[in-house]
Design a protein around this ligand. Sequence first.
Ligand SMILES: C[S@@+](CC[C@H](N)C(=O)[O-])C[C@H]1O[C@@H](n2cnc3c(N)ncnc32)[C@H](O)[C@@H]1O
Length: 226
Amino acid sequence: MPPNDMAPLLEYSEELFAPETETHRWIRAQMAERGFPTIHISPLEGRILAVLASLAGAEKLLELGTLGGYSALWLISLLPAEARLITVESEPRHAALAREAFERAGERRIEVMEGDARNVIQERLLGDQGQAASFDLIFIDADKQSYPYYLDSACKLLKSGGLLLGDNAYWEGKVVDASARDVETEAIRLFNRRLAEDPRFESVLLPVRDGLAAAHYTGPLRQHSS
Ligand SMILES: C[S@@+](CC[C@H](N)C(=O)[O-])C[C@H]1O[C@@H](n2cnc3c(N)ncnc32)[C@H](O)[C@@H]1O
């Protein structure tokens, strides 16, 4: 049985496996200085994203919700030189910090697309740039009420065999709090339920920090001809 208090073990894992780079520390300091919300992933979750991306052999990645670029740097950290990550951010100040951070890290594999993720997906990724079924990995971490929409979009953007990841699947415990009926909680519940039941996905919620949804996208449903 694992001990009830996991904190020392999480600290042990983080120290051993997830040391931050100088740029990670710089981003956190800048976020504090610029008054950004501290809603980025933890170093351990970052390392988990990095290992999953590497295991998936991901070369083309999409992140929804950049903030200061903290998770983007983890996602790309174990990937080869040819890997490319597009990260989408609606808040110009956040996008600007992320660009500064990538520049500082000498990281040229990451492109920040500024704008509302729904518009970017519809107009750029699925529209004029025709990037349907081309991503190996999608990490969802933008506005929570759009998670079901992002799930639908992921089915169009992911290659068969791709990996879908979603942060905040526990939503600070509100998914199991019957009195929580707000739009964001309901959206995350719907996202989780659909991931659990949709036959196109092999999914699980990993009990990491605020819950990390991880799903293998097996591909579009086959049409049965009768
Ligand atoms: C939880 S933070 C992302 C944290 C980041 N992934 C990390 O761990 O370092 C969510 C980010 O999504 C952005 N955001 C919220 N709604 C958005 C939308 N509709 N389109 C694009 N970005 C959005 C917010 O401005 C914020 O920077």
